[in-house]
Design a protein around this ligand. Structure first.
Ligand code: 13P
Ligand code: SF4
Length: 312
């Protein structure tokens, strides 16, 4: 099905939302129009919490696949739609369930703390899930005498080792967007803008985090810029978040951190950007693509997610 020019997509999405008793949840990395149409925009933790408490019959998840899967696991009886079923995540892809199972079997006495950027099958093999908002709290909740496996983001894992002093064995995964930010280019940008603060997502490499003024999840970065007295920020995360930053702080200046290859827009997540306004509209008309998971997988993956929500 195609969208003809006569259709006012934005109004149609609003109408469908009412007719279907649907809620639209969007991540900060979605395109601005989608963020503006959403009932709720947030980071991974906030979106999971919203998914757990919604009364809507249909959840339309404008984010990547692992996020929509988490919404389905928390709402097995509801229909969960995603505008593009192929919107994946390089971190999640770096950790296939059969290899993760082997990793666990090789370390039988370890507690497996798994970042939410992972598939339902990997979550089902984990002890507890975390997001970048609550990762430090989750790590600190693990008894001192327990050894930890942290998967799949090695940069977030390294950051947590430095923060908490806990030894952990790390899965060797990275985010294809955040690993594009390189220290040399940021140092140059900082020199050109000495009044700017560098704010970074913990998925960035250690060399970038080392020179950052503030490190946090997308929501924590947004909160920081709203509360800070500074007027200028270099933002080392996916550029989509700058839409909300500008909305809340129209007088402040936000400079996207440059990716390694300045000739391409690689500080945009190609997976997140697979969702478009048109695909959002079509998925609400056609009631697909839908997230389908087996009952058994939902039951197993729910346990470590619930442990996280109980601690958050
Ligand atoms: P947040 O939970 O900070 O929004 O991170 C999600 C993500 O995919 C970052 O790349
Ligand atoms: Fe995954 Fe990175 Fe995209 Fe986030 S920005 S969804 S971690 S690939």
């Amino acid at each position: 099905m195609y969208v003809t020019e006569e259709i006012d997509i934005k109004n149609e999405i609003k109408r469908l939302k009412k007719d279907l008793n649907a809620v639209i949840l969007a991540h900060y990395y979605q395109e601005s129009d989608i963020q503006d149409l959403a009932d709720f925009v947030g980071d991974s933790l906030e979106l999971s919490k919203q998914a757990a408490r919604t009364n809507a019959e249909i959840i339309v998840f404008a984010g990547v696949h692992f996020m929509a899967e988490t919404a389905k696991i928390l709402n097995p009886m509801k229909k969960v739609l995603i505008p593009d079923l192929t919107a994946g995540c390089s971190l999640s892809d770096s950790c296939p369930a059969p290899l993760f199972k082997k990793f666990r079997e090789e370390h039988p006495d370890y507690v497996a703390v798994t970042y939410i950027n992972s598939s339902a099958a990997v979550k089902a093999l984990s002890d507890i899930i975390c997001t970048s908002s609550n990762a430090e709290k989750i790590i600190r909740s693990i008894p001192e005498d327990k050894k930890i496996l942290f998967s799949p983001d090695r940069n977030l894992g390294r950051y947590l080792i430095n923060k908490t002093g806990r030894e952990m064995i790390l899965w060797d995964g990275t985010c294809m967007v955040h690993e594009q930010f390189v220290q040399e280019k940021i140092i140059k940008l900082k020199a050109d803008n000495p009044d700017a603060l560098l704010i970074s997502h913990p998925e960035c490499e250690e060399k970038v985090l080392d020179i950052s003024d503030f490190i946090g999840s997308t929501s924590q970065l947004l909160k920081f810029v709203r509360e800070s007295d500074a007027r200028k920020f270099i933002v080392a995360t996916e550029v989509g978040i700058i839409h909300q930053m500008k909305k809340f702080c129209p007088d402040k200046i936000f400079i996207p951190a440059p990716p390694e290859d300045s000739t391409c827009a690689c500080n945009e997540c190609p997976h997140m950007k697979k969702n478009t306004l048109e695909k959002l509209y079509l998925c609400m008309v056609e009631l697909q693509p839908e997230i389908i998971l087996s009952e058994e997988l939902i039951e197993k993956a729910y346990i470590p997610i619930k442990r996280m929500l109980d601690l958050s």
